[in-house]
Design a protein. Structure first.
Length: 74
């Protein structure tokens, strides 16, 4: 995924979280607000800029459904 696609259609708050390459980020939002999109795009951005290799990232979710969605998007 190229950098333009990573940031496409993100709102200002999502963009800020995706741009945060290092350190923890708390993403607190209601259902259907784009949390999974924000998390997967943050991971994609970290890989795209060479900050991390894909095998160096661990993403944890609370449900099997979310895990499946994240796996498919990444």
């Amino acid at each position: 995924m190229d950098r333009e696609a990573i940031f496409a259609e993100l709102n200002a708050e999502q963009r800020r979280a995706v741009e945060a390459v290092r350190g923890p980020v708390c993403i607190l939002a209601g259902a259907g607000s784009g949390k999974t999109t924000t998390i997967t795009r943050r991971i994609a951005n970290q890989v795209a800029i060479g900050e991390f290799e894909p095998h160096e990232i661990l993403a944890v979710t609370f449900t099997d459904k979310d895990a499946t969605v994240m796996w498919e998007r990444l």
